[in-house]
Design a protein around this ligand. Structure first.
Ligand code: NAI
Ligand code: MG
Length: 416
């Protein structure tokens, strides 16, 4: 297809997804336990993601390079070919769209492998692909376990590019396998994201954001604010308001449309509870939460949870928990908070709350993270690139850089 026709097809696809958003969000909610309204928000994001990339499909341009009067030199941007897209279960269709849409806009064909915990929406998408009229073989969906289906895709000689979102541990395995075929990878591997709050911040706004960023999707978000760094002058004021608001959040089954649904799987529930219990054993102070709400005797429900006095060397402080568990550290000096925020080997997102914009912008340059958000959380959406430094990953998704992941540069030089 011409780039213009590719764009048209992607627009048509986004309209069809929008028409089916009720069913897709129902499946998403059923599969991973997220509240229906959150699932609806996710599918709305999927629609917008396809629209953004549809509009970009015919705006992908190479360059001419001046080498002097005897030469003509230019570049063409060439689609990689078949690309594999291995996605996790926290935003099943959202993560799929984030890499499928730009790959398709770039002119690649795609093979999607959803997570084994959450394949329903991907399968439903298969029917919509037919309805949109994509040529045979352009979009393929393969369900299965990571170690089998995922690993076969990564190793397949026809697969020319790999995009993976998930754990650092699995990212390392995929990177290693991709190396055997010298295949380009995009890896989005999560982190342990600091939110830094100064005394001159709008505290209520920072608290609201911290609630959303710590407990939204029950904390199963790669860009959760999993470490709160509060200046000691406002720490108690912040925490009182944070506790008040957190304890008002409802936890329950998705059909009740609570603030927090259950965690996505038994495995994830066990993992989160073991971090909580280990945290208590290691001497961190549990300020609230830490258990299943009283009204449930079973189910993967975890109350919004907050730990204080957390030693920076404990697992609770260092690891990505991926549950509704926030931890607090206090600080006095800017130099001190920079060191603590940068202390670990991941670097996805950091946030700064302060009305002093010079200080915030200056501080943003000292934070080793792929994104720095100032006075807001989850800033950016579809147009702004996102991704990690250090062990949080390689490459950037979203925006125009998201499309360039699926193109290589061919240089054509002519001696006149
Ligand atoms: P995972 O990273 O193992 O799985 C994610 C995807 O990778 C799934 O589709 C899975 O089938 C596939 N996969 C697994 N092993 C593979 C292999 N050897 N080759 C190819 N594909 C493979 O994540 P998991 O085990 O579901 O969750 C464990 C932890 O990972 C979570 O507790 C959380 O901390 C983190 N995580 C981070 C996410 C993020 O957005 N950055 C998303 C999901 C999980
Ligand atoms: Mg795994």
């Amino acid at each position: 297809l011409t780039p213009f026709e590719r764009g048209k097809l992607l627009y048509k696809f986004s309209d069809i997804i929008e028409k089916n958003s009720n069913n897709l969000s129902y499946l998403e909610s059923l599969d991973v336990g997220k509240p229906k309204s959150e699932a609806e928000g996710d599918i709305n994001g999927v629609v917008n993601c396809f629209r953004y990339n549809a509009g970009a499909a015919d705006k992908i341009e190479g360059a001419t390079i001046p080498l002097g009067s005897e030469f003509v030199d230019y570049t063409e941007l060439v689609p990689l070919g078949v690309t594999a897209h291995i996605v996790p279960w926290n935003f099943p269709l959202g993560m799929a769209a984030r890499s499928l849409a730009p790959a398709l806009a770039a002119g690649c064909t795609v093979v999607l492998k959803p997570a084994e915990q959450s394949s329903l929406s991907a399968i439903a998408l298969g029917d919509l692909i037919k309805e949109a009229g994509f040529p045979e073989g352009v979009i393929n969906i393969v369900t299965g376990y990571g170690e089998q289906a995922g690993s076969m895709l990564v190793n397949h000689p026809l697969v020319k590019g790999i995009t993976f979102t998930g754990s650092v541990e699995t990212g390392k395995i995929i990177y290693g396998n991709a190396a055997k075929g010298i295949k380009p990878v995009v890896l989005e591997l999560g982190g342990k994201n600091p939110m830094i709050v100064f005394p001159d911040a709008n505290i209520s706004k920072a608290v609201d954001d911290a609630i959303d960023a710590s407990f939204g999707n029950s904390g199963q978000v790669c860009s959760s604010s999993s470490r709160l760094f509060l200046h000691e002058d406002i720490s108690e004021e912040f925490l009182k308001e944070f506790e008040d608001k957190a304890l008002k959040l409802t936890v329950g089954p998705p059909e009740e449309n609570p603030n927090l649904g259950p965690l996505a799987s038994e495995e994830q529930y066990d993992k989160v509870m073991s971090y909580i219990n280990q945290g208590i054993k290691d001497g961190s102070k549990l300020r609230f939460g830490g258990t299943r709400p009283n009204r449930f005797s079973k189910g993967y429900y975890v109350m919004p949870t907050l730990f204080e006095k957390v030693d920076m060397t404990t697992q609770l402080a260092k690891d990505e928990i991926f549950g509704p568990v926030a931890i607090v550290h206090n600080f006095k000096q800017e130099e001190e908070v920079i060191k603590m925020a940068n202390a670990y080997d991941t670097g996805l997102v950091a946030g700064i709350y302060s009305e002093n914009i010079s200080r915030s912008l200056n501080l943003s340059r000292h934070l080793d993270f792929g994104s720095v958000w100032i006075n807001g959380w989850f800033i950016g959406g579809l147009q702004a690139p996102t991704g990690g430094v250090k062990m949080s990953g390689i490459g950037r998704e979203r925006g125009m850089p998201g499309i360039h992941n699926y193109l290589y540069i061919k240089n054509i030089g002519v001696h006149l």
